[in-house]
Design a protein around this ligand. Sequence first.
Ligand code: RET
Length: 292
Amino acid sequence: MTETLALSSGTESLVALQQEGPTQTEIFEWIFTEPILASSLYVNIALAGLSLLFFVFMTKDLKDPRAKLIAVSALLVPTVSVASYTGLASGLTIGVLEMPAGHAAEGSTVMMGGESYDGVVTMWGRYLTWALSTPAILLALGLLAGADGTSIFTAITFDIAMCVTGLAAALTTSSHLLRWFWYFISCACFVVVLYILLTQWPKTAEAAGTADIFNTLKLLTVVMWLGYPIIWALGVEGIAVLPVGVTSWGYSFLDIVAKYIFVFLLLRYVVSNESVVSGSIMPSATGTPADD
Ligand code: RET
């Protein structure tokens, strides 16, 4: 389906903008014809919504400012998730992109609304919304660990860079090599985040008296987060050995553990150990809890 929009200015020339590809409505309806894909989205909207309500209920009596900041940060995670999955389910943040020469999915077509479109289905909205949800996870973890402001800032900024360059990798259609170059940059940013999580924050968590819960959450985070670049590489964006529905469930499964189970464990600890995490909302300069 091709729509041609002509724009003219005065007696001057005519610029034609071509918009090719399926409409949002076609994508929205197509999702229902793919049960695996549809369930990976709708199950997560429901789970994110229910867990959000449950987490609000869990944390409603918190009083300490730092405990409350950790809770708000954690509550942001399912909130962003509801928005993220709604964006995907509505077709707003899904596109059909033609892969460059040399890509495993080069020349693929997809049928939507009775039309055949060149390209593969890209769920790019995920990478965009991770740039909001993952910093919230890291802020909560950093505050829990009593980390200093510099290391929290570093972890969050490199994490955002990881998500945005991951988005660039998924959206680049000009060159197969450059897609993987973006992927490599994203992995390099991920290494910075992993380094902080594995070597810096365990030390401050020890001093803050939160080492046990921090180490559990660190392990869960590191193991689950490693799954995302693996799925990217195996899915339609990468070497395309996994079909779209399976790729989507892969991310959805990781999301369930890395977000809802993670937030539940974190909040359960904060609620019953408010005095341990208590303190100022500003991270300290030295990496010890702010009220020491
Ligand atoms: C991408 C592809 C490029 C290389 C790397 C990636 C890492 C993604 C990660 C995502 C974590 C997401 C979470 C979302 C929760 O809402 C972008 C897949 C390294 C680690 C935890």
